[in-house]
Design a protein. Structure first.
Length: 244
């Protein structure tokens, strides 16, 4: 009977884990951890965990003869027969359900270099080079501007752009418009940073939409940093998906 109870409680723990994963996917909180395209995989994983745990408990219950009982000594297990330390597994599960974790921000960006790495293969922004040189600023992802402003200068010169990101303080009063780019999840998050010139720095981690004109990149010993001569800074709320 003890073994059955242990499996029942262990199954309950797995159910809680599956429920937490499903809740993250449904609520949109999963965007703090992984890319949007992984939502359905998270939902599937959570549902499968719940179904497997329930099926295992039901199957094990049916296999146990009625009235079976095994005496055991107190060996560090709770009164349900599960090691007391195992209950600690529920702490991060409940934390996921209750606590709304912040997305990676300025602190994570400051630990990385603002230098734009040269792309292995140029992404190609011919659409921008061929588009009309009008006065309307071109909305652009921070990660695209951070790369193109350094490695594809000719198509960027004389153009106005609009970027949205969070404020990352730099040295000597400088600051950056930043976004974290994900390949898969926050564990591989890469900071993309554009130096903002001509305007005072808003508070750290404040989300802003800046409008300005391409500027010559800042030279550093480790490479060049994309820059924008900012004419307007507008504070905005953080997007539902803070990553690019």
């Amino acid at each position: 009977m003890v073994v059955a109870v242990r499996r029942n409680v262990a199954g309950l723990v797995v159910v809680f884990v599956g429920a937490a994963i499903v809740q993250l996917a449904i609520s949109g909180t999963y965007l703090r951890y992984v890319k949007p395209g992984m939502r359905w995989m998270l939902l599937a994983a959570g549902v499968i965990l719940i179904l497997l745990a329930v099926a295992d408990v039901l199957a094990d219950t049916r296999r146990k003869p009625a009235g079976e009982h095994v005496e055991h000594a107190d060996d560090g297990h709770g009164h349900h027969g599960l090691p007391r330390a195992a209950w600690l597994l529920l702490i991060p599960v409940f934390a996921l359900l209750v606590v709304d974790p912040p997305a990676l921000g300025a602190d994570a960006a400051q630990r990385q270099s603002p230098v734009a790495a040269k792309p292995v293969e140029p992404k190609g922004n011919s659409w921008l080079a061929k588009s009309a040189q009008g006065n309307a600023p071109v909305p652009l992802a921070v990660r695209d501007y951070a790369v193109w402003a350094v490695w594809e200068k000719e198509s960027m010169k004389g153009r106005s752009f609009q970027l949205t990101g969070f404020v990352t303080p730099g040295k000597n009063g400088s600051w950056y418009v930043s976004r974290i780019g994900l390949t898969c999840c926050v564990a591989d998050g890469t900071a993309f940073m554009v130096e903002a010139r001509g305007q005072a720095a808003p508070p750290k981690n404040q989300w802003v939409t800046v409008t300005g004109e391409w500027a010559e990149p800042t030279k550093r010993t480790d490479g060049d940093v994309a820059a924008l001569t900012v004419s307007e800074v507008k504070t905005v709320t953080a997007p539902a998906n803070p990553y690019e």
